[in-house]
Design a binder for this molecule. Structure first.
Ligand code: NAD
Length: 368
């Protein structure tokens, strides 16, 4: 089964997100329809080994000349150095604005290749072929592209929407279990934001998706993309409603930063899961949502094998965490902006959260 979701609205050209099985084999004809017969496929070394041959075979069969450009796997590749190296190789190949870039990989490759596409000759088209669950349900849709600098993550980037997103459920079969679970955190997040019925399904029958069952994964990806694309269609540049997608991110990001973004200790998805649990507990403490909702969110996150409580909490300083939260780029005008919840499926933006209340809460979470 294949499902197509149109992403539209705002000032960008509408595009399709196609979700299904065996889609890598369809990449060739789809790129041929968009490009003049030439492409570069940007990927990381791990994905190149696992899925590069199928992608190149599909492109060759459709008569598209393709070059594979690889970067090392991991967040470290979202750097000026890798961006420059990629753009230099694209120039050497002679790619021009009628050509198309294919981003084949997780969020790292999507963000980096997307930014290269946004910058190359003032912008060329690109196709996202997300190969992690996180990239399929989140980063490949919505047009945010970025690299990191030593001063912080995602600080240099552009909005550049893809021409097409091909989310092949079959490629998730090679994904390590921990990566699959990390992507599941973003799936749960979408239910928590605005769809309690979806959350109920994820908590029950759909939970097998977090273990890799393809039909459940298909449905989880489709509904997540529907939710994200509807929000992006309304608010591409995050002037308002798009901020809801940051549920769990301000708490999570502060914790990731304190851990030096060490993915071996805490992946981004794990940080989001923990951040969502904290956002619901904080909402409950403030009387915004029922304690029962917060407890349920915690139970469902834990069932998926994701963290809900700060491990070694005493090693974290409440002062430092709160300062990190305030310096997060989602903080506005000196006040703390947090995504909170009135209920499961009813998240809201609070732009005037009292810093002292956050500090107090972090103490109750165990921070020193
Ligand atoms: P990732 O791209 O680093 O991929 C995780 C690991 O999985 C890598 O080692 C990769 O080589 C490997 N991998 C990828 N696909 C595989 C497959 N099919 N089989 C086996 N291994 C595979 O990480 P990620 O979690 O996909 O993305 C995280 C990045 O996404 C972060 O940089 C984050 O900032 C970014 N992000 C961007 C947005 C956005 O809107 N642009 C949203 C969320 C996250």
């Amino acid at each position: 089964m294949t499902t197509t979701i149109e992403v539209s609205g705002g000032n960008f050209r509408p595009y399709e997100v196609i979700v299904g099985r065996g889609l890598l084999a369809q990449l060739g004809p789809r790129v041929a329809a968009l490009a003049r017969g030439r492409t570069v496929v940007i990927t990381d070394e791990t994905v190149a080994t696992l899925h590069g041959p199928a992608v190149l075979a599909s492109l060759a069969a459709a008569g598209v000349k393709a070059r594979l450009l690889t970067v090392p796997p991991g967040e470290g590749s979202k750097s000026f150095a890798e961006l420059e190296r990629l753009i230099d190789r694209m120039l050497a190949i002679g790619l021009d604005r009628k050509d198309v870039i294919v981003a084949l990989g997780g969020g790292v490759v999507g963000d980096l290749a997307g930014l290269a596409a946004a910058l190359y000759m003032r912008g060329i088209d690109f196709v996202q072929v997300p190969t992690t669950l996180l990239a399929q349900v989140d980063s490949s849709v919505g047009g945010k592209t970025a690299i990191d600098t030593p001063r912080g993550k995602n600080l240099v980037g552009a909005f550049h929407q893809p021409r097409l997103v091909l989310a092949d459920i079959d490629v998730l079969a090679t994904l390590p279990e921990r990566q699959l679970r990390s992507g599941w955190a973003e799936v749960l997040k979408h239910g928590m934001i605005c769809d309690v019925a979806f959350f109920d399904w994820l908590a029950g029958e759909g939970a097998v998706g977090s273990k890799g069952e393809p039909e459940a994964l298909h449905r989880a990806v489709v509904r997540s993309v529907e939710i994200k694309s509807a929000i992006v269609g309304e608010d591409e540049k995050e002037a308002g409603r798009r901020a809801l997608l940051n549920l769990g991110h301000t708490f999570g990001h502060a914790i990731e930063a304190e851990l030096g973004f060490d993915e071996d200790v805490l992946t981004h998805g794990e940080a989001v899961a923990l951040g969502c649990a904290m956002a619901f507990r904080f909402s409950a403490v403030r009387g915004l949502c029922a304690a029962a909702d917060s407890e349920r969110v915690e139970a469902v996150i834990a069932d998926a094998g994701l963290p809900t409580r700060l491990e070694h909490a005493g090693a974290f300083s409440a002062d430092r965490l709160r300062a990190r939260m305030a310096s997060d780029k989602k903080a506005e005008g000196g006040r703390l902006t947090l995504i909170l919840a009135r209920a499961i499926g009813d998240a809201c933006v609070d732009k005037a959260v009292d810093r002292a209340a956050v500090h107090e809460f972090l103490k109750t979470e165990g921070a020193a």
